[in-house]
Ligand binder design. Structure first.
Ligand code: HEM
Length: 154
């Protein structure tokens, strides 16, 4: 079960990133190009927030079954000084919760804005910050600090 959820969580990361990049492209194109906010844009907004929330759910599930997170919780005093353990036990979850909260705020605020330009602008700004937070907290395979595979087989 653990191996499956870990692989699923690793895979969904690509959907989170792809949906964020596509929504950002639509938001900047709409904002800077003075375009009309279409039904398609609204659907894209909802789908992006939903994918982030699915990743949140899978991440929480993973947190409760992960041996790394369990070790972090049960041996907090020692574990907090071990970089790999601290990253997954504390830093990754904190930063990702912030990133997903920013996506939720982007979506909720854009929905309430009355003009098309305000909707695009709100999405563009909040989602840019969310993307940076999320990118900075993914354990990239090329990271010298915490490294995990780009694709984990099921
Ligand atoms: C946009 C949000 C997130 C992204 C893109 C993301 C991405 C990742 C990636 C790429 C890994 C490495 C997977 C592997 O080893 O193959 C990982 C591990 C992990 N993530 Fe996330 N994550 C996100 C949110 C969360 C959240 C919200 C939580 C907890 C509530 C969480 C908990 C974990 C845990 C516990 C691990 C390590 C498990 C282990 O190795 O035992 N993640 N995450």
């Amino acid at each position: 079960m653990y191996a499956f959820i870990l692989a699923l969580h690793s895979l969904i990361r690509w959907f989170v990133l792809a949906s964020l990049l596509f929504t950002l492209y639509r938001a900047y194109a709409g904002w800077l190009g003075n375009k009309a906010y279409s039904k398609f844009d609204d659907r894209v907004r909802i789908i992006t927030a939903t994918i982030a929330h699915i990743q949140l759910t899978v991440g929480l599930w993973l947190y409760f079954i992960s041996p790394i997170a369990n070790y972090f919780i049960s041996h907090f005093k020692e574990a907090v000084h071990e970089r790999q353990i601290r990253f997954f036990g504390m830093e990754h979850i904190t930063m990702m919760l912030i990133g997903i909260t920013l996506i939720t705020i982007a979506s909720a605020k854009a929905k309430r804005k009355t003009t098309d330009q305000e909707k695009f602008k709100t999405m563009a700004i909040w989602l840019t910050i969310a993307l940076l937070v999320i990118l900075s907290s993914i354990p990239w395979s090329f990271s010298p600090l915490i490294s995990r595979p780009l694709f984990r087989p099921f």
